[in-house]
Design a protein around this ligand. Structure first.
Ligand code: FAD
Ligand code: GLY
Length: 379
C-alpha cells in the first residue's frame, strides 16, 4: 500500500470520455463509490470529436463478427439507455432514429456496394437495395449522379457532446465524483494487485480497483500492463445550414466518408482514417477530400457554413474490437478501451460489461473482448 496516500473511492476511472463516464454512471447506480480522473475537460478526447453514428450495420465487416454482434446488442440498448439517461440527467443525449443510406457514385463503387449488400443479406442484417430514383425520393438532396444506394433503416445517431454532458450529470446525480484537470501518471501495484494511483503534481490516491478508460492514451500510463493499442486519426467538419433543417434527413455514407444530420440544420462531415501517431493537426488535404466527395454526392453541402474543424484519435486494437473487463495479470485493473470507430455506439453495453466485472458475479465476461486475446502480441 502506498505511504502518505489519500484514501479514495472503491473505483477510480481513468479518463472522462464517453466510456469512462458511462462506466462511472452505471457503477455509481450499483452502489460503488466512483471517482473519474480526467486530465483535461470531460469529453476532451475522441468523444468530443466523434460523429455519433450508432451504425453496426453500415460498419459491419466480414472479419469482425464478434464486434458486429456487440454493436447490434448496443444499438438495441440505445433507445432505453438514452431515455434513462435523459431522465437521470435532465439533459437530452440527442438520439435520432433516422436510418442511413449508403451511396455509390460510379460503377466501381456500385459493384463494391453490391458486395456489401450480399454480405449483410448473408448475415441477416436489415438492408435493402435501392435504385437511384428511389434513393432520391427518400433524400432529394442526393445528386443525380448517384448510381446505387442501400437503405439501412436501423443505423441511427446520437450527439456525442450531448451524451458526454448528460453522462456527467447522471454520474454526479448517482454519486460519482468527477475530477477534471487531473492527470494520472502511474498505477502502483504490490504483489500483483493495484494499490494506488499517482497523479501529476504529486498526489497519490489509495485505490484497489482501477478502470483504464483513457482512450487512445490507455497504453501510455506507467504501471499498466502493455496492450497493443494505437491511435487512428480522424479529421471531421461541423457544418450548419443557415436555412435550417431539411437538406438531409438520414445519415448518408459514401466511400471515404459520411454526413450525419443532427436534425436542426447542423451536419457532421467525416472522417479521415490516418495512422499518424498522436498527431491531431487538421490538414487542407484531409478537409478537401471530405468536402469534394460529400459535395459530389450532396451538392448542397457546398452552401453550408463551416462551424468547426477538428481531429481526434480513435483507440484501435489489432482486431478493431474493444478491450473490456479484468486485466488478469494485474488484480484490480479493468480495461475499458480500444473502441476505435464505435465508442459512442458501444458505450451502453461496454459500461454494463465492465461494471459486471467490477461488482463480480454478473454475466460472464465475453472472451472476444478480454485482454488475454492479445497475450504475446507486442504493444
Ligand atoms: P476518449 O473520448 O478519447 O476519452 C479518453 C479520455 O481520457 C480523454 O478525455 C483524455 O483526456 C483522458 N485521458 C487520457 N490520458 C489520461 C491520463 N493519463 N489521466 C487522466 N485522463 C486521461 N464512434 C461511434 O460510435 N460513432 C461514430 O460516428 C464515431 N465517429 C468518430 C469520428 C471521429 C473523427 C473519431 C476520431 C472517432 C469517432 N468515433 C465514433 C469513435 C469514438 O469517438 C471513440 O471510440 C470513443 O470516443 C472512445 O471513447 P473513450 O472514452 O474510450 O476515449
Ligand atoms: N465511426 C465513424 C468514424 O470512426 O469515423
Amino acid at each position: 500500500m502506498a505511504q502518505n496516500a489519500t484514501a479514495t473511492s472503491d473505483v477510480a476511472v481513468i479518463g472522462g470520455g464517453v466510456i469512462g463516464l458511462a462506466i462511472a454512471w452505471r457503477a455509481a447506480q450499483r452502489g460503488l463509490s466512483v471517482c473519474v480522473l480526467e486530465r483535461g475537460e470531460l469529453g476532451a478526447g475522441a468523444s468530443r470529436v466523434a460523429a455519433g453514428m450508432l451504425a453496426p450495420v453500415t460498419e459491419a465487416d466480414a472479419g469482425e463478427l464478434a464486434l458486429l454482434k456487440l454493436g447490434l446488442r448496443s444499438a438495441r440498448a440505445w433507445p432505453a439507455f438514452a431515455a434513462e439517461l435523459a431522465q437521470a440527467a435532465g439533459a437530452d443525449p440527442g438520439l435520432r432514429s433516422s436510418g442511413a443510406l449508403v451511396v455509390a457514385r460510379d460503377r466501381d463503387e456500385a459493384e463494391a456496394l453490391e458486395r456489401e449488400l450480399a454480405l449483410r443479406v448473408e448475415l441477416g442484417l436489415d438492408v435493402e437495395r435501392l435504385l437511384p430514383s428511389a434513393a432520391r425520393r427518400l433524400e432529394p438532396a442526393l445528386a443525380p449522379t448517384v448510381r446505387l444506394a442501400l437503405d439501412v433503416p436501423g443505423d441511427h445517431s446520437a450527439d456525442p457532446r450531448a451524451v458526454v454532458l448528460a453522462l456527467a450529470q447522471a454520474a454526479r446525480h448517482a454519486g460519482a465524483t468527477l475530477r477534471t484537470g487531473t492527470k494520472v501518471e502511474r498505477v502502483e501495484r504490490a504483489r500483483g494487485q493495484v494499490t494506488a494511483i499517482g497523479l501529476a503534481g504529486g498526489e497519490t490516491l489509495r485505490v484497489d480497483r482501477v478502470v483504464a478508460a483513457a482512450g487512445a492514451w490507455s497504453a501510455a500510463i506507467d504501471g499498466l500492463p502493455p496492450i497493443p493499442l494505437r491511435p487512428v486519426k480522424g479529421q471531421i467538419l461541423r457544418l450548419r445550414d443557415p436555412a435550417g433543417p431539411g437538406l438531409l434527413e438520414r445519415i448518408v455514407r459514401f466511400e471515404g466518408g459520411y454526413l450525419v444530420p443532427r436534425g436542426d440544420g447542423r451536419y457532421v462531415l467525416g472522417a479521415t482514417m490516418e495512422e499518424r501517431g498522436f498527431d491531431t493537426t487538421v490538414t487542407a488535404g484531409g478537409l478537401y477530400e471530405l468536402l469534394r466527395d460529400a459535395g459530389e454526392l450532396v451538392p448542397g453541402v457546398h452552401e453550408l457554413v463551416v462551424e468547426e474543424i477538428s481531429a481526434g484519435l480513435r483507440p484501435a486494437t489489432p482486431d478493431n474490437a474493444p478491450l473490456l473487463g479484468p486485466a488478469g495479470e494485474l488484480e484490480g485493473l479493468h480495461w475499458a478501451t480500444g473502441h476505435h470507430r464505435n465508442g459512442i455506439l458501444l458505450a451502453p453495453v461496454s459500461a454494463d460489461i465492465v461494471v459486471d466485472g467490477l461488482v463480480g458475479g454478473g454475466a460472464e465476461l465475453p472472451a472476444a473482448f478480454a485482454a488475454a486475446r492479445f497475450d504475446g502480441v507486442h504493444a
